[in-house]
Write a protein that binds this ligand. Structure first.
Ligand code: CA
Length: 218
């Protein structure tokens, strides 16, 4: 689950990131609005935590651009205490929820869970490929009718690979989808996950494209 956190307050940003990591979220953290908008238009996230008061483009502008581009990613806005007009403006601009600073981390986690539940209720078709069935909504995987239990990273990798067969996915892109920007990754981690997926399904499932990345044939 990849989350983009946009917050210019160092302590708060660190705090949120530290609190969310054990929950299994991958948190990418940016500290200004322009970088956030750039990241959002080039990469995909399951959710955005967006502070409104930001340098280089405030959060409200980021949100307006995002929605004008028809990006449906759920957005939780963070606002200062008593800034009622900010909250209203945020919701009007397409925020899905808001939290007033200072907030309790437990409340933040609860709001995120609720938002993610709602967004997964939007229809997300199951992916089917040569006997494999991956259902993003229930996070279940079957192979030839049998349930297959996949660790989180393998599930994410398989999902990424099956979205659009025939497309070569670069190592960089896959690593970002699995680990985010900052997480320390062992250099052969991706190979190990690919190896496991080939073993659990069938060897030709994922082809290595030398020097580039990986491919699932059409
Ligand atoms: Ca701020």
């Amino acid at each position: 689950m990849r989350i983009l956190l946009v917050e210019d307050d160092q302590a708060l940003g660190e705090g949120i990131r530290t609190a969310l990591k054990p929950e299994g979220y991958t948190v990418d953290w940016l500290q200004d609005g322009a970088s956030a908008l750039h990241a959002l238009s080039h990469e995909s996230f399951e959710l955005v935590i967006l502070d409104l008061g930001l340098p280089r483009m405030d959060g409200l502008q980021v949100l307006k651009h995002l929605r004008a581009a028809a990006n449906p990613v759920p957005v939780l806005v963070l606002t200062a205490r008593d800034a009622t007009s900010d909250r209203i403006a945020g919701l009007d601009a397409g925020a899905d929820d808001y939290l007033i600073k200072p907030f309790d981390v437990a409340e933040l986690k609860a709001r995120l869970r609720a938002l993610l539940r709602r967004s997964f209720q939007r229809p997300q078709p199951a992916l089917e490929y040569r006997g494999i069935r991956l259902d993003p909504a229930s996070q279940r995987v079957e192979y030839q009718g049998q349930a297959i239990n996949l660790p989180r990273k393998e599930f994410l990798l398989l999902h990424e690979m099956l979205i659009q067969p025939g497309r070569v996915l670069t190592r960089d892109k896959l690593q970002q989808a699995l680990y985010g920007w900052d997480e320390e990754v062992e250099s052969n981690a991706l190979e190990v996950h690919v190896h496991h997926l080939r073993k659990k399904f069938f060897p030709e499932l994922i082809r290595t494209v030398r020097g580039v990345g990986y491919l699932v044939d059409k």
